[in-house]
Design a protein around this ligand. Sequence first.
Ligand code: PSU
Ligand code: MN
Length: 304
Amino acid sequence: MTLPLTVLPEVAEALANGTPVVALESTIITHGMPFPQNVEMARSVEDVIREGGAVPATIAIMNGQIHIGLSSEELDRLGQTPDAMKLSRADLAVGLTSGRTGATTVAATMICARLAGIDVFATGGIGGVHRGAETTFDISADLPELGQTAVTVVAAGAKAILDLPKTLEVLETMGVPVIAYGQDAFPAFWSRDSGMRAPLRMDTPAEIAAAHLMRAKLGVPGGQLVANPIAEEDEIPAAVINPAIEAALADAERQGIAAKEVTPFLLDHIFRSTEGKSLASNIQLVLNNARLATKIATEITNQR
Ligand code: PSU
Ligand code: MN
């Protein structure tokens, strides 16, 4: 049995030549945003990475294969697959053997990126410790993945739908360096400042790349979380986002939403209640993260 890895020719060539590659997840496409904005977002993120001199590799599961890089048609099809599976570490293998179409979460995308030899991955926000986790035990598999898989993940922090102090505590326990980019505060997705200080701060892609390579040299497993604040002009005021978050959480509780459905339910609820405002900033911050990831990937190839 061979590894079911299908690498897009453009990506295979880049990996062979030492051209920087940036991985992208697909759950954000199938479960994080509505069609057609999801596909438009996925295309513009790929464009931004190419403009920066790297090659994008959107990762998804199709026909029993891990696809590292999607063609334009595949991206389009994925964005219109409402019953795509949401695959994390727990169900990635089952998703593959089922032959169905599956989107990869941050955790599963990290696993696939590592298998393909990709060091850097850009997304919007990571999963984390949910509010009320002390009774539900709902902690995203993204956190232990960051503790064991050697990929540097660039995100805009974590959404305030989560319990951010507990999320930072678990990341510390898992041995994950949480690096705020260009500021002291840990960013909270739609806003630049969560009110908490990030454990680490770095101001250049070169420093982040050096730390990535040093971790490998030390033989310490796991990746890094780079928390890149959203641009000021794209922030959503707390007065708009906080009520939307509270309403989403209350509805999830009322409807008994649990397990894998929680995050997609909250994201969709907030998107609808802010009449698309949250979606517009969500798209901008993903682009912002892709730009930084491109610079980090370039530095890693230069310093290696
Ligand atoms: N958080 C976001 N946007 C997202 C996700 C999380 O702000 O799109 C997606 C990512 O794919 C992440 C997954 O890996 O949800 C986490 O799901 P869960 O909380 O069920 O682990
Ligand atoms: Mn969960």
